[in-house]
Design a binder for this molecule. Structure first.
Ligand SMILES: Cc1cc2nc3c(=O)[nH]c(=O)nc-3n(C[C@H](O)[C@H](O)[C@H](O)COP(=O)(O)O)c2cc1C
Length: 450
């Protein structure tokens, strides 16, 4: 019975206490859901000789004191997230983790994956799984369908920042897309021997009002060996990320938006949130339209990928403008809150491009944290997925090695999901393996018989 007055409440409390006494459960240690550091062990830790990463990070302004952790206990992307949260300062962690406004799309990007059910088929030869994917009419290929999304300011996560991420991508034979807002110059990232020899890099571009400066960026990217331009189309202005305002986010001393320094200086800007907002307000061109891709087409021969497409209509426009690919993306939910989650948007986009026989490759990002998420995205028509935050968490935890570990986890999980679903190659992924929200197996079965 509810609302039983103070006496019965007291009785309830007492009986609850008794129940608690009887049930002996081992204490569960959880990382807090706030941005506070995870609890440290009370056991005295044995001496670990400092390694290069530890030395590099010792005085890094974005790091808390590193907690010792057995890397073997970091089993999945969420473990890396928890560990990164315990390592990064609030300024850096919030900048990486946050989404726009109430962060509803941020949650939905992940949650919608859980609503899609897998329909595994059995007794299929899955002794060999081909995870390779070829892109843009076989002109590029990756070893498994996970590409590193462009994320700004990676040196806040680790002193090696973008340099480490690029090396990790190259060693796992996948692609890293470098952000215009990187804290390392684009030439330095791609000119590392490990990357220049085996790597494949894409360059993310904001088309700035200053077209001459934008042209310089494009020419620099092309000349230094980047293999595609990923044009972000969903950021006429920065989204409203309230934690950054609360933290008065700014790039820590010693770090800079290396590719833009000349332009920032020229415009007399600093690097606080308000200064960056100001820069974006002044330099990100809110008047851009699809026709501006013609200008871009005229100054580069690189394949162009439109990143931030979320409707079938826009996917068709990207195809008509000759884009080699699109990224179905809501910018990691950092722009427009309550915008549709990307995996929910994907089926209609795949359908629309298929119906016009488009050869435009479809990529999707946002909320991909498990191998089963990757599998679902491929079954809904994506060639590959992009991951943003998971890479930042790996980078924060253990630099290049941490990024490699996160990518390896995703690759292994994807392989396992394929095997258990009865899929032995990425080209075999199809809608047949999925039950979408609201559908039933019976309806799906009956439709297949029509
Ligand atoms: C910290 C952070 C910085 C980002 N910076 C950029 C950027 O500079 N340019 C861009 O096009 N997208 C940027 N994005 C969006 C990512 O490219 C990608 O769309 C998003 O992270 C995917 O979602 P996920 O983090 O859930 O994987 C950023 C995302 C994050 C989290």
């Amino acid at each position: 019975m509810y609302g039983g007055g103070s006496q019965s409440r007291a009785r309830d409390q007492k009986s609850k206490k008794n129940v608690r006494k009887q049930v002996v459960t081992p204490p569960v240690k959880r990382f807090p859901m706030t941005n506070e550091a995870a609890p440290t062990s009370t056991k005295p830790s044995s001496f670990v000789p400092p390694n290069r990463d530890a030395l590099l990070n010792a005085h890094h302004p974005n790091m808390r004191k590193k907690k010792e952790i057995d890397p073997k206990m970091l089993l999945n992307v969420q473990d890396y997230h928890n560990q990164a949260r315990a390592t990064l300062t609030r300024n850096a962690y919030d900048y990486y983790a946050s989404g726009a406004d109430d962060q509803l799309t941020l949650a939905e990007n992940q949650n919608y994956y859980a609503k899609i059910k897998l329909l595994p088929k059995v007794f299929i030869d899955v002794s060999n799984i081909n995870t390779k994917v070829s892109l843009f009419n076989n002109t590029q290929s990756i070893d498994f369908p996970v590409i590193i999304a462009p994320t700004a300011m990676q040196r806040m996560a680790h002193a090696d920042g973008e340099l480490a991420t690029a090396r990790a991508a190259a060693s796992l034979k996948t692609i890293m897309c470098t952000s215009t807002l990187s804290t390392t110059k684009l030439e330095e990232i791609i000119n590392q021997p490990e990357v220049a020899d085996t790597g494949c890099m894409w360059y993310q571009l904001y088309i700035l009002k200053d077209r001459d400066f934008t042209k310089t960026l494009v020419q620099r990217a092309e000349a230094s060996g980047f293999k595609a331009l990923v044009v972000t189309v969903d950021a006429p202005r920065l989204g409203n990320r309230e934690s950054d305002h609360r933290n008065k986010f700014s790039l820590p001393d010693g770090l800079s938006l290396a590719n833009l320094m000349d332009d920032l200086k020229k415009n007399g800007e600093g690097q606080t949130t308000s200064a960056l907002n100001h820069y974006f307000k002044n330099q990100i061109d809110a008047s851009l339209t699809w026709d501006d891709l013609d200008w871009l087409r005229g100054i580069t021969s690189l394949p162009i990928i439109a990143k931030g497409v979320i409707t079938p209509e826009d996917a068709i426009k990207a195809h008509e403008k000759g884009c080699a690919g699109i990224v179905v993306s809501n910018h990691g939910a950092r722009q427009l809150d309550t915008a549709i989650s990307t995996i929910e948007a994907l089926p209609a986009i795949s359908h629309a491009l298929k119906s016009i026989n488009s050869t435009c490759d479809i990529f999707v990002d946002g909320g991909i944290r498990r191998g089963t998420d990757i599998l679902k995205a491929l079954c809904l028509g994506a060639k590959a997925v992009l991951v943003g935050r998971p890479v930042l968490w790996g980078l924060a935890v253990n630099g290049e090695q941490g990024v490699k570990e996160v990518l390896t986890i995703l690759k292994k999980e994807f392989e396992l999901a394929c095997m258990l679903c009865g899929i032995n190659g990425t080209e075999k992924c199809s809608n047949d393996f999925l039950l979408m929200p609201g559908d039933t197996v019976m309806d799906k079965w009956l439709r297949s018989k029509l």
